[in-house]
Design a protein around this ligand. Structure first.
Ligand SMILES: NC(=O)c1ccc[n+]([C@@H]2O[C@H](COP(=O)([O-])OP(=O)(O)OC[C@H]3O[C@@H](n4cnc5c(N)ncnc54)[C@H](OP(=O)(O)O)[C@@H]3O)[C@@H](O)[C@H]2O)c1
Length: 180
């Protein structure tokens, strides 16, 4: 097992997908403290401004906000080009793009709702991996952040769609980690 000393990211580049969110903003904070330059894509400039103000004055010189939607194929491609143009390789990527979802009953909520949850919570995990894994250094680490919904037994009422989403990202990353 490797023990990390806390300065492995000094002078390195990192990306936090979902970095404007509850979990992601702490990852951004941690990567900045570890000395990394941190790219944060978001669909909203206002969310990026809120992240900068949460981090506080003097803490954002290595924060690179990028407006774009990693949850769509075109958005992910364009963010990939923007990041590729500015880095010689990523040492850390953390992906935490899925927000919580719950209804009274998954089946009564209907297919359109199920499809919406898969599209907005799972596709960004796939697209982030597709866009960012090719930009990683060989020694880099890619982490997909997930919730416990996919492993709660028995599954709780109305959590079916988010549980389905939560069960998938670790498998996506394992599959993509295999040599092709
Ligand atoms: N919050 C918790 O207490 C908690 C606990 C355990 C596990 N988790 C897990 O951590 C992960 C993140 O949760 P969170 O609470 O941090 O969520 P959150 O606060 O809602 O943040 C979600 C982030 O993902 C981005 N995002 C959302 N939908 C997107 C889409 N369709 N395309 C691209 N980006 C999208 C948002 O960015 P923009 O809107 O700025 O684009 C936002 O930064 C989830 O998997 C959750 O299960 C959370």
């Amino acid at each position: 097992m490797t023990t990390l000393a806390g300065h492995e990211l000094a002078g390195r580049d990192a990306v936090v997908v979902g970095g404007t969110g509850n979990v992601g903003s702490f990852l951004v904070d941690g990567f900045l403290r570890a000395g990394a330059r941190v790219f944060v894509p978001s669909r909203s400039m206002a969310n990026l401004d809120r992240l900068a103000s949460r981090l506080g004055e003097g803490r954002t010189s290595r924060l690179i906000p990028l407006v774009g939607d990693i949850g769509t194929p075109d958005g992910a491609k364009s963010l990939q080009s923007e990041i590729a143009a500015r880095t010689s390789g990523l040492t850390a990527v953390a992906s935490a793009p899925a927000s919580w979802h719950q209804t009274a009953s998954m089946l009564r909520a209907g297919f359109a709702e199920f499809a919406h949850v898969i599209e907005t919570r799972l596709y960004p995990h796939y697209l982030a991996a597709e866009a960012l894994l090719p930009l990683m250094n060989p020694e880099g680490a890619y982490t997909a952040i997930n919730g416990p919904a996919g492993s709660v037994r028995p599954p709780q009422p109305g959590m079916g769609a988010i549980a389905t989403v939560a069960a998938a990202p670790s498998e996506l990353v394992s599959v993509r980690a295999q040599p092709s």
